[in-house]
Design a protein around this ligand. Structure first.
Ligand SMILES: O=C(O)CCC(=O)C(=O)O
Ligand SMILES: [Fe+2]
Length: 758
């Protein structure tokens, strides 16, 4: 969140501040053992270690050591450039704390702010020996056990310098030294990066433990009532209007973002780290107080888009005082937050899998997201709609709270599948009405795929209400409609009538929707399967058959019209060719309708298209023959094929280009004075080359015209003299292309003749 410029902070901002105060705790801590005798270490082959360690003992230890490994993703590696230390095999070592470790672990638990009532246990991880020059670069320990919350490093007393353990957290580094005569214990949260600096002299020996947390929830009297009041205030108060006249409803959720990192499996109420634990617990207790709120842990994905600069704007001026912390980790200066998206997956098995999107006014945190290191980021220079933008993505865990009466809607929004299953089972129209305000957004953000459409149809059938059926179905797109859906759709159409059906199809074919969220599904691909789809309608069904075919044609005709306008010939032909299958399908579907009105209007429209339409028609005709060899032509195909044949014949009857005729036509597009000169050169049958001194932008215009029309003319700039000279040369491709085209025409005409359309 950007710094608030609002003079009176909102309830959620005050809530975050209260929780921050309440939960100030360390992320690492150091203790010393009562005496060196607190610890008894036996090593097989050496015997009991005498503390402080002597040089003779470390020498023996070294004899048992092997180079330590470290984890990188899935792998375990040995790389002395990252980690250079000896590891003593764990099974050779027996470590015993004479009075147990409970007192120390109790202190650690308190200092790290883990909930009262919980208990830490230590699990031996490794025994390490760092000789002079050895070190471990910054890293984060992997949490192999779900209950692991922290690491404990015990440094045995020994004479050494260097080898400091440095623990990083949220931009702060804490440095811990071992002692010559005392056992040092350092514990830090498992999500802290840490490192061991090179040992400068002597040897450093450490024993590391995984710290596991068991049970217990914190009880923090005192804050709960103020938390509760702020919670109520948040849910009562509409957020500030974004522009004059903007009407905003009171928020439906509150997400409090946590500061530590959690894995999906590691995120649970009794294993929250540091300040998160006390804050989250206070929130949960306040929510539970009267049983009217629900609080759930969630994993969030946050996307921020910043207006940003890639260099320091204050390079030549002193930065304003309140401007620190405005640089991200890559040195970009964060200027203004343009937008932020917050999406949460509820981490609770009693909730259906899925995600909910929250508004910025529903989110708060102690540490603003922009102050956290991003998981990934992307900088774009002057592109798109803004100036320079910096996109940043983060993962942050959160406590998400909502009024209990909203639970159905929250569940339904996070999983539309679950919502539909509930409707199918309960057939309760009031429940469906509760969904109405969110349904479209919810289907959209979950991709609205074919199985979901299947369920939505089923639910519409179960509810048996035309209005609710429209609400449930209209967010989908036509590309998702498959054979399996047809019987239910027909049933609904029969129940609710033709007007209802048309309304649904209008939404499904709508253009805006399609761009929103049908990635990977192509309209023309779907139209290509139309006749097969119609075959799944009950015999005698008329409305859907008619309407689906009509709308498919309208949609396709719009695509054809736009492709016919593409200036480059090769692109135009390829795109039109790609529509051939869909065109054939529409013609076949139209032919199967009760009246031939649509067929006739298709033919009429196609006869008005120019020559390029052949690129779409020929593949459709050839496909029709492949599908139904030896069968009679649909009348529409026959009309179009016959017209195509006569068009081809006319073209072929024109005399071939004479050898030595170099005249080229320039297609329409511009009649500026420059294009006039270009056209004259092109039209001249004898002139093959033109050396044309032209200023830069004028050369650019000529380049563009020639490229757009894909003319057989090379156009290069000779960079000598002022202005440079544009050299145009007509090429042999003029003759080759025309020859190829004639051959293709002849071939098509022959084929049409053999199909009875000559
Ligand atoms: O030796 C130390 O102080 C730390 C060792 C460590 O970071 C590890 O084993 O992961
Ligand atoms: Fe480590």
């Amino acid at each position: 969140m950007a710094k608030s410029t609002n003079p009176t902070p909102s309830a959620r901002e005050r809530l975050a501040a209260l929780l921050a105060e309440h939960g100030e705790v360390a992320s690492s801590v150091q203790l010393t053992a009562k005496s060196p005798k607190a610890l008894a270490v036996d090593v097989r082959g050496i015997g009991g270690l005498k503390l402080p360690l002597t040089a003779a003992q470390t020498k023996k230890l070294r004899g048992l050591g092997r180079p330590a490994r470290f984890g990188k993703g899935e792998e375990t590696l040995v790389d002395a450039g990252v980690r250079d230390t000896w590891e003593i095999p764990r099974d050779l070592v027996d470590v015993r704390w004479v009075d147990g470790l409970d007192a120390e672990l109790g202190l650690v638990r308190e200092e790290l702010g883990l909930p009262t009532g919980s208990r830490l246990t230590a699990e031996l991880h490794s025994v390490l020996l760092y000789d002079e020059g050895q070190f471990f670069l910054p890293h984060q320990d992997s949490e192999k056990d779900d209950a692991m919350v922290a690491t404990l490093v015990v440094t045995l007393p020994s004479a050494h310098t260097g080898g400091e353990l440095i623990v990083h957290h949220r931009g702060e580094a804490t440095r811990y030294r071992g002692f010559p005569d005392r056992v040092a214990l350092v514990a830090f949260y498992a999500d802290c990066r840490h490192e061991v600096l090179p040992v400068r002299s002597g040897s450093r020996v450490t024993i590391t433990y995984n710290l596991l947390l068991q049970g217990g929830r914190g009880e923090r009297p005192g804050v709960s009532s103020s938390v509760r009041e702020l919670l109520d205030e948040h849910f009562r108060t509409s957020s500030t209007p974004r522009w004059p006249g903007d009407v905003r409803e009171p928020p439906e959720h509150l997400a409090f973002l946590l500061d530590h990192e959690y894995s999906q499996r590691g995120l649970s109420w009794d294993r929250l780290k540091g300040a998160d634990a006390s804050a989250a617990t206070a929130l949960r207790d306040a929510a539970a107080e009267q049983g009217d709120y629900e609080a759930v842990l969630a994993l969030g994905e946050i996307h921020e888009r910043w207006d940003a600069w890639d260099e320091d704007p204050y390079r030549y001026y002193p930065a304003p005082d309140d401007d620190e912390g405005r640089f991200d980790e890559n040195g970009y200066y964060l200027n203004d937050l343009i937008e932020a998206e917050h999406r949460f997956v509820l981490n609770d098995p009693s909730f259906p899998a899925g995600a909910i999107d929250l508004d910025e006014s529903e989110v708060c945190s102690v540490t603003p997201t922009s102050a956290m290191p991003a998981d990934s980021s992307e900088y774009e220079g002057y592109l798109g709609n803004y100036g320079n933008t910096l996109d940043r993505w983060y993962r942050r865990a959160a406590v998400v709270i909502w009024p209990r009466e909203q639970t159905f809607v929250v569940r339904a929004r996070s999983s539309p599948v679950w919502a539909l299953d509930t409707l199918i089972a309960g057939r309760d129209p009031d429940v469906a009405r509760e969904l109405a305000p969110y349904w479209e957004g919810s289907v959209r953000s979950h991709g609205g795929d074919a199985p979901l459409l299947g369920k939505a149809l089923e639910a519409a059938l179960a509810l048996d209400d035309a209005g609710l059926a429209t609400m449930l179905l209209s967010p989908f797109t036509i590309e998702r409609l498959g054979a399996a859906h047809m019987p239910v759709l027909a049933e609904l159409a029969a129940r609710h009538g033709a007007t209802w059906s048309r309304g649904i199809l209008d939404s499904w074919f709508g253009e805006t929707m399609r761009r929103w969220y049908s990635p990977g599904s192509s309209r023309e691909g779907w139209i290509g399967g139309l006749p097969e789809l119609l075959a799944h309608l009950p015999a005698g069904e008329r409305v859907l058959r008619q309407e689906l075919t009509q709308r498919s044609w309208d949609s396709l005709a719009a695509m054809i019209a736009s492709d016919l306008r593409v200036p480059q010939r090769s692109v135009r032909h390829r795109q039109l060719g790609d529509l051939g299958m869909a065109f054939g399908a529409v013609v076949r579907a139209a032919a199967s309708l009760r009246t031939q009105t649509l067929s006739r209007s298709i033919v009429k429209r196609c006869l008005s298209y120019g020559d390029s339409f052949s690129a779409c028609l020929m593949p459709a005709l050839r496909d029709a023959v492949d599908r139904a060899p030896g069968q009679d032509w649909e009348p529409a195909f026959l009309d179009l094929g016959t017209a195509e044949a006569s068009r081809l014949r006319t073209r072929l009857e024109m005399p071939e280009r004479a050898a030595g005729d170099w005249s080229i036509g320039l297609p329409d597009g511009c009649d500026c004075e420059l294009c006039g000169q270009l056209a004259a050169f092109l039209a001249d049958p004898e002139q093959l080359r033109k050396d044309w001194p032209l200023a830069k932008d004028r050369r650019g215009h000529v380049h563009a015209r020639i490229d757009a029309a894909e003319l057989p003319v090379t156009h290069e700039t000779r960079r000598s003299g002022r202005p440079f000279v544009l050299v145009l040369v007509k090429t042999q491709r003029l003759f080759d292309d025309e020859r190829l085209e004639r051959a293709r025409d002849a071939d098509d005409l022959g084929w049409l003749g053999r199909q009875g359309m000559g």
